[in-house]
Design a protein around this ligand. Structure first.
Ligand code: COA
Length: 261
């Protein structure tokens, strides 16, 4: 993986750690950082050696405190639409990635940061994490999918409240709402929890994991019949060597060794 100016990358045993690294700006997502995320996820999709991704923010104070406000202070109607569509496209790449992507959020997880975390398959927070969609304070709304994903994750009433007030909520409340899968005291423990979950997923059949991503995401696509997606994906699984390996291993009372084929 190439080096990037705003995102630290580290690969260990198939797990790619991404750290949004603009600590002095609370890891705010500027245009360049988003483009780097896009390049990284293009590689994640193609690179067989990468099996899972953890995204976190540099330092203890913030995961990501939103889109970079210095870059969005002078938008017009045309480039504002492009700004939103570009971010939505990149976050959709993350959501649709066939390899598990977990956000480990610490500190401020606001605006585009909350949207980035929600685009990941799971969120694990440390106790100091604070979530919110404060765009209304700037006279705008979430533009990177937040109106949709927050409603899906937290429910309509709470989504309205959070987006209309711009209020922040703590990690405990975020967990109670279902926005966060697990809550750990520190960032290091939150990363360890993400590694534990990813370790389990990495021992399963990779093609089946990818099919689960497609089927779960199909629930929210009005143009798609999720049950049909499920049946098609189920059928795709049985064409794989991993299906033969998984079923044979069970019958032979041994542990399966999946190859992702
Ligand atoms: N975009 C650009 N810069 C940001 C930023 C953002 N979203 N969030 C924080 N920063 C910058 C600040 O401008 C400041 O930079 P400076 O030191 O060059 O002045 C630095 O990060 C530290 O932030 P600061 O505001 O001093 O920290 P704080 O602890 O007092 O407050 C927040 C933290 C998160 C409450 C506050 O920074 C904030 O409200 N940020 C904007 C959140 C937001 O509206 N996000 C949605 C954007 S669409």
């Amino acid at each position: 993986m190439a080096d990037f100016a705003n995102i630290l990358t580290e690969e260990k045993n198939g797990l790619l750690y991404l750290t949004i690294n603009r600590e002095d700006k609370l890891n705010a997502l500027n245009f360049d950082t988003l483009e780097e995320l896009k390049s990284i996820f293009e590689e994640v999709v193609d690179n067989k050696a990468i099996k899972a991704v953890i995204i976190t923010g540099a330092g203890e104070k913030a995961f990501v405190a939103g889109a970079d406000i210095s870059e969005i202070a002078n938008l017009n109607e045309v480039n504002a639409r492009k700004f939103a569509e570009n971010g939505q496209e990149i976050f959709a790449m993350i959501e649709n990635c066939h390899k598990p992507v977990i956000a480990v959020t610490n500190g401020f997880t606001l605006g585009g940061g909350c949207e980035l975390a929600m685009a990941c398959h799971m969120r694990i927070a440390s106790a100091n994490a604070k979530f919110g969609q404060p765009e209304v304070n700037l006279g705008i709304i979430p533009g990177y999918g937040g109106t949709q994903r927050l409603t899906i994750l937290a429910g309509k009433g709470k989504a309205f409240e959070l987006m209309m007030t711009g209020d922040m909520i703590g990690a405990e409340e975020a967990k109670n709402l279902g926005l966060v899968n697990h809550l750990l005291p520190t960032k290091a423990e939150a990363i360890a929890k993400a590694e534990e979950i990813i370790g389990k997923i990495m021992s399963k059949a990779p093609l089946a994991i990818g099919m689960i991503v497609d089927c779960v995401n199909a629930v929210y696509l009005s143009e798609e019949n999720g049950y049909q997606t499920e049946a098609n994906s189920f059928a795709r699984c049985v064409k794989s060597g991993d299906y033969k390996e998984g079923t044979s291993a069970f019958l032979e009372k041994r542990k399966p060794v999946f190859k992702g084929e």
